[in-house]
Design a protein around this ligand. Structure first.
Ligand SMILES: NC(=O)N[C@@H](CC(=O)O)C(=O)O
Length: 438
């Protein structure tokens, strides 16, 4: 099986490639980077990428696929379909399923379901503590053997510093990164949105920025104490970013991700009490969003991750106070990244690829991903920076529709998604770009 992605502009920060080149994939792996003038290899199918950017496959470090246990919200297959439709060749699945992925049997089940779906690669993340209850460490070694790439109690913080210290020491022994959902629950209490002027005006209980920042500082200090690899999930505040910036200056193994909704929206979006603006961490005030944009541009933020969190329409149709936290994000992330970051001059195209592919692969040590080096997996995301398109949530591949971005128009999109040399998604604008060569 041979696929030649021809006439595109290759951007691969892992090897400093930024040039018009052809990419050859053979039997699922990158076979080489060729010049436009080189002969088309015999028997290759040609994908014409003229005018498009060809990048190593995008990797989302943070999704909730809900299977096992909440298949009415999403399954591994529907989540992986939404992933490829959004330009993601790989997704990393958080363990807050039912049962929680805190043992090898659940890990293996997730991997088997993903293999059956034959869509995006799914890398499971195991729980830090049993049942993510924060009381007793989970069997990280067994889960690692079964295929987890990181550990996290995401959805919940690890409440005590002592437990987090032991978790980091334990995870370090297995070379697993610890991904923390930073939220001091004694401060967040039963808040439902960011604490500030808007929570006051809307009469909703607030979650102070400090709830995230305290845990972020704690985790950075513990990273120094334990030498563990620490990754902060969905950072949303100026203080959390400052903690990461300081940790990096000190040479610690600390990384962080940001979600598209946190770099796009402010807490003002909650004004209409739309429960699709309710997520954890909450949408923050303008000053925090500015800190995120600065950190995206100066390199403090390592990755863009969606925190795709599907919920059923009936659950989101409750009062703001009672609706669950979370929004879907796989199919709108790249549109938002182009529109809000690239076209506004906050990041360049190579930085976009770094944030969505090179760095995620490095942070979770995903072998043969995030690069187009010969021998790497033939996972490719093709981008059209200028395509204008409108997101219609009714046509989403996800089982859920809980997004604040329904009906939004974007400039820029992921227009084709290729996993191990198989073209799994092409935008309708590209349908005539593929031809077989005898
Ligand atoms: N991010 C969210 O708003 N929701 C997540 C869990 C969580 O992190 O609260 C979910 O699983 O629904």
């Amino acid at each position: 099986m041979r696929l030649l992605i021809a006439n595109g502009y290759l951007i691969d920060p892992s090897q400093g490639v930024k040039a018009g080149r052809n990419l050859l994939i053979e039997d699922g792996r990158v076979a080489g980077i060729l010049n436009y003038s080189d002969d088309v290899p015999e028997g290759a199918e040609v994908f014409d990428a003229a005018g498009l950017i060809v990048a190593p496959g995008f990797i989302d470090l943070h999704v909730h696929l809900r299977e096992p246990g909440q298949e009415y919200k999403e399954t591994i297959a529907t989540g992986a379909a939404a992933a490829v439709a959004g330009g993601w060749t790989s997704v990393c699945a958080m363990p807050n399923t039912d049962p929680v992925n805190d043992n090898a049997a659940v890990t293996r089940f997730i991997i088997e379901q993903a293999e059956r779906a034959q869509l995006a690669n799914v890398f499971p993340i195991g729980a830090i503590t049993k049942g993510s209850r924060g009381e007793e460490l989970a069997e990280m070694g067994e889960m690692r053997e079964a295929g987890v790439v990181a550990v996290s109690d995401d959805g919940r913080p690890v409440p005590s510093a002592g437990m987090m210290r032991r978790a980091m020491e334990y995870a370090r022994g297995f070379d697993l990164p610890v991904v923390d959902h930073c939220e001091d629950r004694s401060l967040a209490a039963d808040g439902v949105m960011h604490e500030g002027v808007w929570s006051l005006r809307l009469g909703l209980r607030g979650i102070p920025a400090l709830a995230e920042e305290l845990d972020a500082w704690r985790d950075c200090a513990l990273a120094e104490l334990t030498g563990a690899r620490v990754h902060l999930a969905h950072v949303s505040t100026r203080g959390a970013i400052e903690a990461v910036r300081r940790a990096k200056e000190r040479g610690l193994s600390v990384t962080c991700e940001v979600t598209p909704h946190h770099f796009t929206l402010t807490d003002e979006a909650v004004e209409g009490y739309d429960t699709n603006t309710k997520m954890n961490p909450p949408l923050r005030s303008r000053d925090h969003v500015q800190a995120i944009l600065d950190a995206l541009s100066d390199g403090t933020i390592d990755a863009i991750a969606t925190d795709h969190a599907p919920h059923h329409a009936d659950e989101k149709a409750l009062e703001f106070d009672r609706a669950p936290f979370g929004i879907t994000g796989l199919e709108t992330a790249i549109g938002l990244a182009f529109d809000r970051l690239v076209h506004r001059g906050i990041i360049g195209l190579d930085r976009l690829v770094e944030l969505c592919s090179t760095n995620p692969a490095r942070i979770f040590k995903l072998e043969g991903r995030g690069t187009l080096r010969p021998g790497a997996w033939g996972d490719v995301t093709i981008l059209d920076p200028n395509l204008r398109w409108t997101f219609d949530a009714r046509r989403s591949r996800s089982k859920s529709r809980n997004t604040p971005f329904d009906g939004w128009t974007f400039q820029g999109a992921a227009v084709a998604t290729i996993v191990a040399g198989r073209v799994l998604y092409t935008h309708p604008s590209l349908e005539d770009r593929r031809r077989a060569i005898a």
